[in-house]
Design a protein around this ligand. Structure first.
Ligand SMILES: [Cu+2]
Length: 154
């Protein structure tokens, strides 16, 4: 008696091998602004209120693919207005260097660095009519500068 062991290899499995050839690796989200609240609050002006008939002029501070800039950068305000510098993207401040504003009086000192989107720095326009230069200290050399034309109260 012989036993024929038939080894039937019947592997007809139609395996649909979905080659998932993703060569990408998940990039960790860039978290440059993870840390919040600076310990001290240096030159925060706090919210200012325009005089009667005055307005709040909002100026955005932005970093994007085209660079670092104020928007608008050059604009006209009236005495009694409030200029509300508002952080959009990036880390910026506002500064009115004395050597670029010779003889000017009543200009605010440099602001703290704004780091949280939506953070604001208010400048009450209580200086004389004229044109004033301002900048972001960190990005002035990269063109983050502007001019404010102040006109007398309407
Ligand atoms: Cu800046």
């Amino acid at each position: 008696m012989s036993r024929n062991v038939l080894t039937a290899v019947a592997l007809a499995t139609a395996t649909f091998a979905l080659a998932c050839g993703k060569g990408e690796q998940a990039q960790p989200a860039e978290s440059t602004q993870a840390a919040a609240a600076p310990a001290a609050a240096p030159a925060t002006s706090g919210a200012q209120t325009p005089d009667a008939g005055g307005v709040i002029d909002t100026v955005m501070m932005i970093t994007d693919g085209t660079g670092n800039y104020f928007k608008p950068k050059d604009f006209t305000v009236h005495q009694g207005d409030v200029i509300r510098y508002t952080l959009g993207v990036g880390v910026h401040n506002v500064s009115f260097p004395a050597d670029s504003n010779k003889g000017a009086q009543g200009l605010p000192g440099p602001s703290e660095l704004l780091q949280l989107p939506g953070q604001t720095y208010d400048v009450k326009v209580n200086f004389n009519p004229g044109t004033y230069y301002y900048q972001c200290d960190a990005h002035a050399a990269l063109g983050m500068v502007g001019h404010i034309k102040v006109e007398a109260k309407k």
